[in-house]
Write a protein that binds this ligand. Structure first.
Ligand code: DHK
Length: 159
């Protein structure tokens, strides 16, 4: 598949994802966030998509980036880290963004503690990919590319 959009996909990462590779490797693996970025960038190139890849430990900054995405991005991949399970502010920003958003997790949150089973982000996401390690990001990008390809072909269809 090859999708061409004028705007990039925002790939946004929340708290503690800067610690990937060092942090609990039995759960999150040995790749750093920079390694994940390289993977996502090369996969995006194959799909014809551009990405803007970022990480923050601050809830307000994540909210600001999601607000910015509304005008500047064509879609969002979001691993909000622990904010997934706690942040109504992130949910509200995503709902306001009116963009296709995919929720991503490296780990299978459903095999973990009960507090990770609930996600505010899911309420505003088209879908969720979790449990595939760094490949969760590229699988999520495939899902988003499908949605964007459908949107582009719909907008070209005669009324
Ligand atoms: C990352 C985190 O930091 C956790 O708080 C989430 C998610 C799971 C992940 O698997 O990528 O619960």
């Amino acid at each position: 598949m090859h999708v061409s959009t004028a705007k990039p996909v925002y790939v946004l990462n929340g708290p503690n994802l800067n610690m990937l590779g060092l942090r609990e490797p039995s759960i999150y693996g040995h790749e750093s966030l920079a390694d994940v970025e390289v993977r996502v960038r090369s996969h995006a190139e194959q799909l014809g998509l551009r990405i803007d890849f970022r990480q923050t430990n601050f809830e307000g900054e994540l909210v600001t980036w999601i607000q910015e995405a509304r005008d500047k991005a064509c879609g969002i991949l979001l691993n909000a880290g622990a904010l997934t399970h706690t942040s109504i502010a992130v949910l509200d920003a995503l709902s306001a963004a009116e963009l296709p958003a995919i929720e991503v997790h490296l780990s299978n949150v459903f095999r973990r503690e009960a507090f990770r089973h609930h996600s505010y982000v899911s309420l505003a996401a088209v879908g969720v990919i979790c449990g595939f390690g760094p490949a969760s990001y590229t699988l999520a990008l495939d899902g988003l590319a499908n949605i964007l390809a459908r949107k582009t072909s719909d907008s070209k269809a005669p009324a």
